[in-house]
Design a protein around this ligand. Structure first.
Ligand code: ZN
Length: 270
């Protein structure tokens, strides 16, 4: 599938150069919330006076070439309106509902003029659902909890700001159809294949525990239920269904970026 063929390095370098080009000229201070290893922010230090990256991972922060701050989006350790621009790239889709509401409040609070937000665009989060072999819980492998289909959905999280510009960018791919996912998950009981990075968000189970189980599962599944499919791996069935049901779908970009501007406060003199 297309999104898997897209290499990690390509992914970050494309985003980094894109972001560099869309930051408004009047930004002199910038905070990246969820900076990770600085894939984006490390490219922004040349042109902007104050650049800071915040992340909950102490390990990730070691890679930043600007000031690194350990902290959570739920409680940003900065005063109100501390930065001309606050950016938050592909973080919001990961947040459980309570963290999301705390997080968007904090982003609005510390941003003086602009917010730059990106999320996966119109992603079908069911498509990459895995089932933990130990606890049987089903969840999105990327721990994405929500999907943003329009910029409106994203912007309405930030009532103190309004949309200034939006972009759809990144590699395009066809979304799987609902029919495919229904057949695959509800009828064939096939979820997204586990990879080596799998860690269950519910019970903490790791891939290494299941390496043998998952390969057994592949064959026993076919033997028990669909003899004809015996020689097919899960991934192959996945691809077949995808081709069968997604041919009418159009390619769409993978990310949505929005630049928001703080609402002007009109002062009325009495
Ligand atoms: Zn589990």
């Amino acid at each position: 599938m297309l999104w898997e063929q897209y290499g990690r390095d390509e992914y970050y370098s494309e985003r980094a150069s894109f972001v560099k080009n869309i930051i408004p000229d009047d930004v002199n201070s910038l905070l990246d919330v969820g900076a990770g290893k600085g894939e984006i922010i490390n490219n922004l230090t040349e042109n902007i006076d104050t650049v800071m990256g915040l992340d909950i991972s102490e390990e990730a922060l070691k890679y930043l070439n600007c000031k690194a701050v350990l902290g959570s989006i739920e409680n940003l350790p900065f005063d109100d309106k501390s930065f001309d621009l606050v950016m938050c790239m592909e973080v919001l889709e990961h947040l459980p509902i309570k963290s999301l509401s705390l997080g968007v409040h904090e982003l609005q609070r510390v941003a003086k003029n602009y917010l730059l937000i990106s999320v996966p665009f119109n992603e079908n989060i069911d498509a990459r659902k895995v089932r933990c072999p130990r606890c049987k819980m089903i969840f999105n492998i990327d721990t994405h909890f929500r999907n943003f289909q329009t910029e409106r959905e994203l912007c309405q999280l930030f009532p103190d700001f309004q949309l200034n510009k939006k972009w759809l960018c990144g590699p395009s791919y066809r979304r799987p159809s609902r029919v495919q996912l229904f057949i695959q998950q509800k009828i064939l009981n096939i979820y997204y294949p586990l990879d080596h990075y799998f860690v269950c968000i519910f019970c903490g189970a790791k891939y290494s525990e299941f390496e043998s189980i998952t390969s057994n599962e592949r064959t026993s599944f076919a033997k028990n239920r669909f003899g004809l499919l015996r020689s097919l791996s899960r991934l192959r069935i996945f691809e077949m269904l995808f081709k069968l049901f997604s041919f009418l779908k159009k390619n769409e970009a993978c990310w949505m970026f929005v630049l928001l501007r703080r609402n002007e406060i009109i002062k009325i003199n009495h």
